[in-house]
Write a protein that binds this ligand. Structure first.
Ligand SMILES: *Cc1c(COP(=O)(O)O)cnc(C)c1O
Length: 339
């Protein structure tokens, strides 16, 4: 087991630093009414309540990514996402805060042609920040586009830092190892034993980081990641790759059998970014029992999966669950027709 100071100094010896975007731990809330209703204790880690840019999990990745951007003396950040990307919104916020120029390459990958989806939600915030937005069609290879864009800027003398989809590379994932330490300390203070951690997975960095953190802490918890898209293999493969890259840094402290990774299918609905019936029900349930807003793309679908697993008896009633609220609430305003 590696303690938090050991973790940080190990990282700094390997050349990984961080900037502080979450000066305080995000709260852990007990969902008392919902717990009574479902017959199991459910706690929620409120990364949606982080203070910058309306909150969300990408802030933790950006703590590490932006430190690397600074170390590289970058002048401009470029990142990639769907039109309603929370990651793009938070990258734009943080880049602006830290004095970088920022370009968002946004792919029209979600089959929703409503005006709300195409203009509202996160896009309002991206525009307000003044990020340079490049809308690309679903057919286009946006990574190649972003690399070409980066080249154009560097030819003009700029130093560009390119962040991949969801900030899910090795560096970004370190943010969720850090989060595991934060959670473990909070739970110890509250004297709560968590053996089940549930979250939404989209690009794998949050899941991989948490798995690594749980391993470094010798925390005997299962991590249940609910995939928010129908395709399983690409996400599982990427998650395994991230874990093996993290394991190399911490060798020999992390040994995770890839076949033990729980990437749970069946709660994604028709497509990424298209709300599912059960996800919408979960959003309404959380709002109406706890006054907490989930989002239609990630946390609503994951929470629906968690409820299904509780109701089918996959989770024991005497084992408290920690659900990661990874944010995404501004995305609600891209889907007004559903509420
Ligand atoms: C990006 C995102 C996720 C998924 O995190 P990944 O690290 O990409 O798997 C979950 N919830 C919200 C709200 C997000 O924006």
């Amino acid at each position: 087991m590696l303690n938090f100071e050991g973790f940080k100094s190990h990282l700094s010896r390997r050349g990984y630093a961080s900037v502080s975007l979450l000066p305080e731990p995000t709260p852990i809330h007990y969902l008392s009414r919902l717990s009574r209703k479902l017959g199991v204790d459910i706690y929620m880690k409120r990364d949606d309540a982080a203070s910058i840019g309306l909150g969300g999990n990408k802030l933790r990745k950006l703590e590490y990514l932006m430190a690397e951007a600074k170390a590289n003396r970058a002048t401009r950040i470029i990142t990639i996402g769907a039109l309603q990307s929370n990651h793009a919104r938070l990258t734009a916020c943080v880049a602006t805060m830290l004095g970088f120029e920022v370009d968002l390459v946004l792919k029209e990958s979600v089959p929703d042609s409503s005006a709300a989806y195409r203009e509202n939600g996160n896009l309002v915030l991206d525009r307000l920040i003044g990020a340079k937005i490049h809308r690309r069609s679903v057919q286009e290879d946006v990574l190649s586009y972003a690399k070409q864009l980066a080249k154009t800027y560097s030819d003009a003398g700029e130093q560009v830092y390119l962040i991949p989809v969801g900030g899910s590379n090795l560096v970004g994932s370190l943010g969720y190892i850090h989060a595991a330490y934060e959670m473990q300390q909070q739970l110890a203070k509250l004297d709560i034993q968590i053996r089940q951690i549930a979250l939404a997975s989209g690009s794998g960095g949050t899941h991989a980081g948490l798995l690594a953190g749980v391993a470094l802490l010798n925390w005997p918890a299962q991590v249940r990641a609910y995939n928010v898209q129908p395709e399983k293999e690409p996400l599982l493969t990427h998650t395994v790759k991230l874990l093996s890259q993290i394991s190399e840094i911490f060798d020999p402290l992390i040994a995770i059998d890839p076949s033990s990774i729980r990437l749970i299918q069946g709660h994604h609905g028709d497509a990424y970014g298209i709300p599912s019936k059960n996800g919408l029900d979960a959003i309404a349930l959380l709002a109406q029992t706890e006054g907490i807003f989930l989002d239609p793309v990630y946390t609503g679908k994951a929470f629906a999966g968690l409820i299904a697993d509780i109701e089918s008896g996959k989770l024991k009633a005497n084992e408290p669950i920690l659900f990661m609220h990874t944010g995404g609430v501004p995305g609600l305003f891209a889907y007004p027709g559903h509420f």
